[in-house]
Design a protein around this ligand. Structure first.
Ligand SMILES: N[C@@H](CCC(=O)N[C@@H](CS)C(=O)NCC(=O)O)C(=O)O
Length: 203
């Protein structure tokens, strides 16, 4: 199998952090987004949507979408569980992962893609007003998340899960998007320090 990776981009990093947490190593090929490698004919033949990450299995099966790739490995290697085991845990982790994608990672991506000069060939047209519109939504969600993290250790409960990976990658992605976590959000900062200290955060 081969994992088509994308350097510092957040979605490929979600898969790398997940694999590091599981202790799984996969042959990898870098797709250079900076030179629009995702739009090459060779990569478009693999993923017509022209996005990374993508996992190609030995029989040629193509699995795109970060969480689909993680779920594939989770089915093969259930321990340690990062998607939950009980019906309630599975549902909560799914709920939080989805919330973190829809209300944090995607809005941060909108800010980055619509403001950063390096994105001008990938986000056409860049709409600065859409970036601005997302900033208060990000701030509102961070405050909500801070209140939730006051109640428990991890995003989706008392165990580390894929939802923490999505949240960590999203918060790190704020820096290159020129956004920051307000000092007042002490619970979020405590959680972030703990997540950043995990060896997988280096992935
Ligand atoms: N929903 C997809 C998103 C994939 C995605 O947007 N990847 C970005 C990098 S983080 C990409 O390939 N961008 C290339 C482009 O926009 O042309 C996932 O979860 O994997």
């Amino acid at each position: 199998m081969k994992l088509y990776d994308g350097g510092r981009a957040p979605n490929p990093r979600r898969v790398r952090v997940y694999l590091a947490e599981k202790g799984i190593s996969v042959p990898t090929e870098q797709v250079e987004l900076g030179v629009l490698g995702q739009k090459s004919a060779a990569f478009t033949a693999i993923n017509p949507i022209q996005r990374v990450p993508v996992l190609v299995l030995d029989d040629g099966t193509v699995i795109a979408e970060s969480i689909a790739i993680c779920r594939y490995f989770e089915a093969l290697h259930p321990d340690p569980s990062l998607f939950g085991r009980t019906p309630q845990d599975i549902a909560h982790i799914e709920m939080w992962n989805r919330r973190l994608e829809l209300h944090l990672l995607f809005p941060i991506s909108h800010v980055f893609r619509n403001t950063h000069p390096a994105m001008k060939e990938m986000e056409v047209p860049q709409v600065a007003a859409w970036a601005e519109a997302n900033k208060p939504r990000i701030a509102e969600f961070l405050t909500f998340l801070d209140g939730e993290l006051k109640k428990r250790t991890y995003v989706a409960g008392e165990n580390f899960s894929v939802a923490d990976i999505t949240a960590l990658v999203a918060v790190d992605f704020m820096k290159v998007s020129k956004l920051s976590v307000p000092d007042a959000l002490a619970h979020l900062r405590r959680w972030y320090q703990a997540m950043s200290a995990r060896p997988s955060a280096a992935a």
